[in-house]
Write a protein that binds this ligand. Structure first.
Ligand code: SF4
Ligand SMILES: [Zn+2]
Length: 123
């Protein structure tokens, strides 16, 4: 069972819980476990750290003073995710280009390995 901390009472609750069983705060929007309801902490507004506020694509009426939002996406987490994706794809591209540049060597090593296995199987 996956658990999370309740944003109000900070007690452990099941991640799919629609309301906190301890303080009864609403955790999911529209009573649906698949729609998380994000909440601002104390004085701040969610929009201040939201991707859709930063790129000016949000047209929700509560912007820029949203205290609760179903679409909130943390800007820093998104940046980190994109950075990790870029690093992964650049590592894949390096490996791919190395293989392309050294195809002859890889083929030769493969042949040598086959010869070695044949020689070992006959002895
Ligand atoms: S999606 Fe929600 S949190 Fe993000 S900018 Fe719009 S209203 Fe604010
Ligand atoms: Zn709670």
């Amino acid at each position: 069972m996956v658990t999370v901390s309740c944003p109000r009472c900070h007690r452990i609750v099941e991640s799919q819980a629609i309301t906190c069983p301890h303080c009864r705060v609403t955790l999911k929007a529209y009573g649906h476990p698949g729609i998380p309801l994000h909440r601002a902490t104390k004085d701040g507004y969610l929009c201040d750290s939201c991707t859709y506020h930063a790129d000016d694509t949000c047209n929700f009426p509560q912007r820029p003073y949203a205290k609760e939002c179903t679409l909130y996406e943390n800007l820093e987490e998104r940046k980190l995710e994109l950075q990790q994706q870029r690093q992964k794809s650049s590592f894949g591209a390096i490996v791919k280009s190395w293989i392309q540049r050294h195809q002859a060597l890889i083929l030769l090593l493969g042949l040598l390995l086959v010869c070695l296995l044949l020689a070992l199987s006959k002895s």
